[in-house]
Every structure is written in structure tokens, then in C-alpha cells.
Design a binder for this molecule. Structure first.
Ligand SMILES: [Zn+2]
Length: 373
């Protein structure tokens, strides 16, 4: 009996996996049981209390690596605004399935799982597929980084990231480099500042340099120029002391021709010896040229399903594709999923149910093309 992708979406939405704390285990195991019963080889990967990612594979061929589908099962918190719809009831109205994590991205995970289940019996003796269903994406791709660092990811020849795109194929996204800059001083009584060294003054000079910073690379044709934003600044303990420490949080969004290691070196040189830089998160940009043969296949499949020839476009957010690309050696990667990108992280989040069905069809076609079945 084939599993209905909307029903599976509802089951996943009803599981509260708000991150933090995540608690993705029951969701991962629910999917694992379904996939195992269809003949998939299953591995669970745990990195903390109830933080569980799921790896599932079927088929396999030495000559050609499998096609990878990936999605995360954690969600962001609900936010302060009240919801009109129940947040975990998975209620439907007017063709929409409501709930936290519906668009971002449990409907995408349900669609890729159902496509995998429907295709399973044809995939023995073919390159096959591998599913990477991650915990902890919303807090900086933690789950995927654990998989990468632990060597748990095997190989893949191309990657489909089922994040919300309204089923429009996006050819990449910018990278994210989050840095913490710390300045240090010497504390003294606020009435005698000459006896101390003020860490906030050092931080202020650093912030001025960060505001004036200009990227030297040429802008990317689709992603434009990299950006830098100072998100927070904290310094000092009270009004009547000279602060001996200040911290600045820097959010840099990069494009494919920005080398993160070189960028950190450049910033460190410009900020000078008064500023210590610490790397909080380092995700390279993901990009596949639309002329890539597999991306052409994706465009062809989606052109027919969307009744519109796709144009090369990029997503505004970052995804698990960044750590997966590192693990798999930068295979062609598309971001393609049924959720609505503008609903991600929003109050009264929903996913259009028709799009879930179209995503299943799209994924099945991509599997058939990859595995020649
Ligand atoms: Zn997401």
C-alpha cells in the first residue's frame, strides 16, 4: 500500500522537533522504520541526547555513485506572535497543511521519503539513492557537520536539497561565515579611566573598520556581492568600570569566489592585533552552473511539471548542502522542495498540499533518470 505523502507530512508535523532542544529521535526513527521495511539500509547517527540523524541507502554500483536527497527534521521555535492555527495539529484548510515545520521542511522530507519508498523496488543493481535526513540544521547545520566530521557520509554523485522553493529549482545559495571578534583591556574604576585600558573603545574602532570593509572579489552573476553585517556588540559590566572585554558578532554572507580562509586573514590584518577572531560557523557557498548536464536534466523535468522553463536562480538562505558538498567533493546540487520559501520560520506556517504531490513526482523522475530505470 503506497504511503500518501500528505499523510506522512502530517505525521511529521505532529512531532514537536523545535530546535533548541531538537529531540529529532522519534521523527528519525519513524522514517527509518518505513524505509527499512522497503529494503533500505539504515543507519542512525546520534550526536547528543535525542539528537538523531538518519542515513538510508538502497542499490549501489561501483561505477556511478548514488543520487542523494537531503532534508532536516528540526524546526525553528514558534516566535512571539500568536498562531491562528494549532501549531502541531497539522490541520488543513483551503489546500494548505498548517504547522511549524510544514514548509521548512517536513513536507519536503515526507516527499523525498515517499519518492524513495515508491522507487525502492526498482533500484537494486542500479547506482541507487542515499537519503541524508538531518537533525540540528536550524542552528547552523550541526547535524550535517557531525555526519561529515565523523566520516558517516559515503558518496553521492548529485544532491537534491528538499528545502522550501515552491518546487522551483534553485542552483545554489550564498555561504555564511559567522565570526566573533573579541577585544581585551584592563579594568579600572570608572572615575580613573587612565589606570585602565578600555576594551569597548577598541571594539568601536573595529566596528568602524568592519563598516568600511569592501570585498575585493568580482560580484557573482546570480548572487551579487558578498555582504558583512555586525549583528551584536557586547562590552563592559557596569557604568562605573573600565571594560576589560568586548565582543562583536559578525555575519558574512559569501559568494562562490570568496575563499573563507583568505577572507579571515584579510579581516585579521585590517582589524589589527587588538582584535581576536573566532570562527563560529563556516559554510561555503553552494553553486552549480545551469549548464551542468545533471542540472539540465533537473530543469527539463521541472519545466514540464511547472509548465514554465526554469531560469537559473539562487536561494536566499543557506542549507545542509554546504557540509554535504564538502563530504561529497562538490557534486552538482539543486535546492528543490515543496515548501513555500516565504513561509519558512513564519507564524501560521503552511505548505501547499498540491506541491507535495508534485515534489514526489519530481523526485521519482530524477531517481529514474539517475538510475536509468
Ligand atoms: Zn530549512
Amino acid at each position: 500500500m503506497p504511503i500518501n505523502p500528505v499523510d506522512l507530512s502530517k505525521e511529521l508535523v505532529r512531532m514537536n522537533t523545535i530546535n533548541p532542544p531538537g529531540r529529532e529521535e522519534s521523527c528519525a526513527r519513524h522514517l527509518g522504520v518505513l524505509l527499512e521495511s522497503a529494503g533500505f539500509r539504515i543507519r542512525y547517527h546520534t550526536y547528543g541526547d535525542t539528537r538523531v540523524s538518519l542515513l538510508a541507502s538502497i542499490g549501489g554500483d561501483a561505477a556511478k555513485p548514488p543520487l542523494c536527497f537531503t532534508g532536516h527534521i528540526d524546526t525553528v521555535p514558534l516566535g512571539a506572535a500568536p498562531w491562528m492555527m494549532f501549531t502541531f495539529a497539522a490541520d488543513t484548510d483551503n489546500g494548505r497543511l498548517y504547522g511549524r515545520g510544514s514548509s521548512d521542511m517536513k513536507c519536503g522530507v515526507a516527499a523525498l521519503t515517499v519518492a524513495a519508498l515508491n522507487s525502492a523496488k526498482h533500484l537494486q543493481g542500479t547506482p541507487g539513492i542515499t537519503l541524508v535526513i538531518t537533525a540540528g540544521e536550524e542552528t547552523g547545520c550541526e547535524g550535517a557537520f557531525h555526519l561529515y566530521r565523523d566520516g558517516a557520509l559515503d558518496r553521492a554523485g548529485a544532491v537534491v536539497v528538499a528545502e522550501p522553493t515552491s518546487n522551483y529549482p534553485f542552483v545554489g545559495h550564498r555561504g555564511a561565515l559567522w565570526l566573533k571578534a573579541t577585544t581585551r583591556g584592563v579594568t579600572a574604576h570608572g572615575s580613573m579611566p587612565e589606570k585602565g585600558v578600555n576594551a569597548v573603545y577598541k571594539a568601536a574602532r573595529a566596528v568602524a573598520k568592519l563598516e568600511a570593509f569592501r570585498f575585493e572579489n568580482a560580484p557573482h552573476p546570480l548572487m551579487g556581492q558578498a555582504t558583512l553585517n555586525v549583528g551584536t556588540i557586547h562590552g563592559g559590566l557596569n557604568i562605573n568600570s573600565v571594560p576589560d572585554r568586548a565582543e562583536i558578532a559578525i555575519d558574512i554572507r559569501t559568494v562562490p569566489n570568496v575563499n573563507h580562509a583568505k577572507l579571515i586573514e584579510t579581516l585579521a590584518a585590517q582589524l589589527g592585533a587588538d582584535v581576536e577572531l573566532e570562527n563560529l560557523m563556516d559554510l561555503e557557498a553552494v553553486y552549480t552552473d545551469a549548464s551542468d548536464a545533471w542540472m539540465q536534466t533537473v530543469f527539463e523535468v521541472m519545466g514540464k511539471l511547472l509548465n514554465e522553463q526554469p531560469q537559473p536562480r539562487v536561494a536566499t538562505y543557506f542549507t545542509d548542502a554546504a557540509p554535504l558538498s564538502m563530504a561529497y567533493g562538490n557534486p552538482p546540487t539543486v535546492i528543490l522542495g515543496p515548501g513555500e520559501p516565504q513561509m519558512a520560520h513564519q507564524t501560521d506556517e503552511y505548505c501547499d498540499m498540491q506541491r507535495i504531490e508534485v515534489a514526489v513526482e519530481a523526485y521519482e523522475q530524477l531517481i529514474r533518470r539517475w538510475c536509468s530505470v
